[in-house]
Design a protein around this ligand. Structure first.
Ligand SMILES: *[C@@H]1O[C@H](CO)[C@@H](O)[C@H](O)[C@H]1NC(C)=O
Ligand SMILES: *[C@@H]1O[C@H](CO)[C@@H](O)[C@H](O)[C@H]1NC(C)=O
Ligand SMILES: *[C@@H]1O[C@H](CO)[C@@H](O)[C@H](O)[C@H]1NC(C)=O
Ligand SMILES: *[C@@H]1O[C@H](CO)[C@@H](O)[C@H](O)[C@H]1NC(C)=O
Ligand SMILES: *[C@@H]1O[C@H](CO)[C@@H](O)[C@H](O)[C@H]1NC(C)=O
Ligand SMILES: CC(=O)N[C@H]1CO[C@H](CO)[C@@H](O)[C@@H]1O
Length: 340
């Protein structure tokens, strides 16, 4: 009992709570900083159980940075996977020569949590972590937020029975997943990096063959680009906050970045709220082998949707910045009171 009381104080995650949302994040954290803010939200929004984080970009620093960020916000035991094969690559901005590397620095200066410094080999293989996590969850309970490439989700769909579950990938997803939320594509049609930039065949596989009974929601590039955030975090977050530092290194003090990934995780965690509405009635997303996508009208499909902003974009940005700060200060205060 004492152990549980202590755990609860430090990490307010009740072991059982029917009102909670169970979340898996699949991130390409590396070349853009908005994944870091998305992980801040996934770690700090109330009523979220972060079950696992899958990294779909193959850099050891990507996984180590996830571990550092999760650990800072009170999730030292959340399992992390890393795409194989991986290297020690770090980001270098060869298009604007302005954006700065942050993953390796966050990984080193905030090292700890599930992965100790330079233990990328302790990460899970992504499909194995998906299968173990889903197998252990209640039926219809897991929301997946995909904020990068889709290779691992494709691997999950293709997977067969193993030590974790007798179900194949499609049946395991159909049984356990509540909704898949994907940052990618453009709506009603587009050609967007998360869909074409890695392996567009895997993107097409996931989007075009996702089990028809399981809701699938998209946030397109055009929505993320309407909402710029992060400046307040660089000004007002606690001095030792890793995501504040990440934004500082990537865009600079008091500068903003588009909010594709944090908006996607916010919808996955909080639903439509005052910020979003669905842009379509019926139909489904179709991805071509080159990664371009188009929305196809079809009155008999009703659980495929793409998001539009409902609120004014400036207000959404202000409120999203407010959520980052609330999360950053919540854990700062908690650590202080625990130390005191
Ligand atoms: C990656 O970096 C670590 C830590 O510096 C080092 O131990 C390891 O040998 C490097 N691996 C490769 C493939 O360069
Ligand atoms: C899964 O299978 C599909 C269809 O056979 C294939 O296109 C895709 O590349 C496979 N995914 C992975 C990750 O191997
Ligand atoms: C931050 O940027 C805003 C808008 O660009 C500017 O008005 C404000 O003075 C800046 N604040 C600081 C502290 O630099
Ligand atoms: C991708 O393929 C589709 C279908 O063939 C085509 O309409 C579209 O123009 C292509 N996109 C790009 C960027 O080449
Ligand atoms: C619409 O969707 C239904 C159910 O998936 C399918 O049977 C039908 O062929 C689709 N129609 C068109 C025009 O795509
Ligand atoms: C088992 C499996 O299919 N794993 C795949 C997960 O995704 C990575 C890429 O992110 C692939 O390399 C693996 O083959």
């Amino acid at each position: 009992m004492l152990k549980y009381a202590f755990t609860y104080l430090l990490f307010p995650t009740p072991l059982v709570d029917a009102g909670r949302k169970f979340l898996i994040v699949d991130t390409d954290i590396f070349s853009d900083v908005d994944d870091a803010a998305a992980l801040l939200l996934a770690s700090t929004l109330p009523s979220i159980s972060l079950l696992a984080v899958n990294v779909n970009y193959g850099s050891s620093y990507s996984a180590l940075a996830v571990s550092a960020i999760l650990n800072h916000y009170g999730h030292p035991n959340t399992p992390i996977s890393l795409r194989r094969p991986y290297t020690n690559d770090s980001f270098f901005d060869t298009w604007a020569y302005e954006l700065g590397e942050y993953a390796s620095k966050v990984a080193y200066h905030w090292s700890g949590g599930y992965l100790a410094w330079f233990e990328p080999e302790k990460t899970w293989e992504p499909v194995a972590l998906y299968r173990k996590t889903l197998a252990g969850a209640n039926d219809g309970s897991v929301t997946i937020a995909s904020i990068g490439f889709l290779e691992n989700l494709s691997g999950l769909l293709n997977s067969t029975a193993d030590e974790y579950s007798g179900l194949d990938g499609y049946d395991l997803v159909s049984r356990k997943v509540k909704e898949l939320v994907i940052m990618g594509g453009g709506y009603p049609s587009g050609h967007e990096f998360n869909f074409f930039g890695d392996n567009p065949v895997s993107t097409a596989h996931v989007v075009n063959t996702w089990p028809t009974a399981i809701p699938l929601t998209f946030l397109g590039s055009e929505v993320g680009e309407m909402v710029s955030t992060g400046a307040r975090l660089t000004r007002e977050a606690p001095t030792d906050d890793p995501v504040k530092a990440a934004y500082g290194w990537y865009v600079g003090y008091n500068m903003t970045r588009f909010s594709w990934d944090p908006l996607t995780v916010a919808y996955a965690c909080l639903g439509l709220g005052d910020w979003f509405q669905y842009g379509n009635t019926g139909g489904y997303n179709y991805v071509f082998p080159n990664g371009s996508n188009v929305w196809i009208q079809n009155a008999s499909m009703s659980n495929r949707r793409y998001l539009r902003l409902k609120g004014d974009s400036g207000t959404v940005a202000e409120e999203l910045d407010g959520l980052y700060l609330k999360g950053a200060w919540k854990y700062q205060d908690m650590r202080k009171s625990h130390a005191g």
